[in-house]
Design a binder for this molecule. Structure first.
Ligand SMILES: [Zn+2]
Length: 253
């Protein structure tokens, strides 16, 4: 694959999804924008900015930043109850489908920009070299983790569910007997497939199921108060369809 230069050397600014919803919310709620004081130049730096836009010092970031905000896809919201904590539910309520619908091009672009700004090699020459380099390593690790979770439709669902302590487990079973029968039947069909054409058809059918389940997940998360019960069931289904997809890929005729 030939990488396109534009993908690897982004020049434009970070893309933030400031939706109409968040602008509307800002006018009705008085949400303070969480910031921290730069220890080098004392500037007030909005989260999740790092390095400091004023003096380029690398700043640590709170461990409870959301994956979305560390990649500039949402703006952190200060919790109204505790001054130092963040309200991730409120933050994601300002994004499409409570954080499930992601602009994947913006995600990739912001990830690459973050990687560039937080690259440990950039901090080798600083006075406090070792300290900044290890902080840069930690932050780029977190940025990579956030990217890997958000770019994957299943991991992203599980992440949002986990914020509500509803994440799925590998061992979770499908509770809809019709759906389970459909998946088992597809499995059996795959096992018995004797030509590449058949496997390809099963993969195409399965791909449709993956797309459909992802779109239903988006609808479940998109409700004002996300339907977490439905979202969890759909995430479990998606895990099964994904398993079938992998099995079809590995099938040797
Ligand atoms: Zn500074």
């Amino acid at each position: 694959m030939t990488p396109r230069a534009g993908d690897l050397r982004p020049r434009s600014k970070v893309v933030t999804r400031t939706s109409a919803t968040s602008r509307r919310n800002n006018s009705t709620y008085t949400t303070s924008k969480p910031s921290q004081k730069c220890p080098s130049c004392s500037a007030a730096v909005l989260l999740p900015q790092s390095p400091c836009p004023n003096c380029s010092a690398l700043l640590p970031l709170p461990s409870n930043l959301s994956h979305h905000s560390i990649l500039f896809l949402s703006n952190p919201v200060a919790s109204s109850s505790a001054s130092a904590s963040l309200d991730i539910s409120q933050e994601l309520a300002n994004t499409p489908a409570n954080g499930y619908d992601i602009d994947k091009a913006a995600l990739k672009k912001n990830w690459l920009l973050r990687q560039r700004d937080l690259h440990p090699d950039k901090y080798q020459a600083k006075d406090d070299g070792e300290k900044s380099v290890s902080l840069a390593r930690e932050l780029s690790g977190r940025v990579n983790e956030a990217y890997n979770v958000l770019k994957d439709d299943l991991k992203r669902a599980d992440y949002i569910l986990s914020l509500h302590s509803r994440e799925t487990e590998e061992t979770d079973k499908i509770d809809d007997p019709m759906m389970l029968a459909e998946i088992l039947e597809a499995r059996e069909e795959l096992e018995e497939a004797s030509s590449q054409d058949e496997v390809d058809r099963i993969r195409a059918d399965n791909h449709e199921k993956v797309v459909e389940t992802t779109s239903r997940l988006s609808q479940a998360f998109a409700q004002n108060s996300p339907d977490l019960h439905e979202a969890k069931n759909l995430a479990i289904q998606l895990r099964y369809w994904r398993g079938l997809e992998d099995a079809a890929k590995d099938k040797v005729i």
